[in-house]
Design a protein around this ligand. Structure first.
Ligand code: ARG
Length: 226
């Protein structure tokens, strides 16, 4: 039979940055984590094979815009600025920023006390943007959370700022560090697609809804957050 056959893509390329445990990180040469499990479940729901591409965090939006990837899942916070460039799904996780300091540090108790201190941030993360709004902070940019943690442990910086869940994960794995909770704005993580890919985001949202309704989301939370 002749006729129009609409071939839809079988594979979805999904960009992440695997330096953000427990959402995405490397273990034994494999990219694993909450986001990876979640996007694979979404792939099952919408009938696509998921292929993960590990990209520098600040390269994720450009990769999406140039069609090198179809989606981003990277513990990415929805911001007004990013919304100019991409379409976000409904949010799937709520987070906030915290300060990490050496265990014996006693003077850093809130955002204001970061003035005149050397504070590590990760390039392009929301923590980087927040710190930039406080005057008098000596901001030091790193390429990843692990490299900022190393600098903190080595005494090269006084504190660092990071999303709450990864901060807890890194503090648990590194002796001699503690978390200072701050009054930071709530951040919502969502999956991003290219601006004119409304259709894909609709499918992702529907899959997310089903995954929550079926208890799969809660199972993944229990698996990755303990
Ligand atoms: N939530 C922060 C942001 O959106 C940090 C995300 C970092 N994610 C990663 N996979 N490295 O800016």
């Amino acid at each position: 039979l002749m006729g129009a056959i609409v071939l839809s893509k079988e594979v979805l390329y999904v960009g992440t940055n695997a330096e953000f445990a427990p959402f995405e990180y490397m273990e034994n040469g494999e990219i694993i984590g909450f986001d990876i499990d979640l996007i694979n479940k979404i792939g099952e729901k919408i009938g696509k094979e998921i292929k993960i591409k590990n990209i520098a965090f600040d390269g994720l939006l450009p990769a999406l815009q140039t069609n090198k990837i179809d989606l981003i899942i990277a513990g990415m916070t929805v911001t007004k600025e990013r919304e100019k460039f991409v379409n976000f799904s409904n949010d799937y996780f709520v987070a906030n920023q915290v300060i990490i300091v050496p265990e014996n540090e006693g003077t850093i108790i809130n955002m204001d006390s970061l003035k005149n201190k050397k504070v590590g941030v990760v390039l392009g993360y929301t923590g980087d943007l927040i710190i930039s709004k406080i005057q008098g902070v000596n901001k030091v940019q790193y390429n990843s959370a692990p490299s900022s943690i190393m600098a903190l442990k080595g005494g090269n910086i006084d504190a660092m700022i990071l999303d709450s869940a990864p901060a807890q994960s890194y503090v648990a794995k590194n002796k001699g560090l503690k978390i200072i909770e701050i009054d930071s704005e709530v951040e919502k993580y969502a999956i991003a697609a290219e601006k004119n890919n409304e259709n894909l985001i609709k499918k992702v949202n529907k899959a997310l809804e089903e995954i929550k309704a079926e208890g799969i989301y809660d199972e993944l939370i229990i698996k990755h957050f303990n």
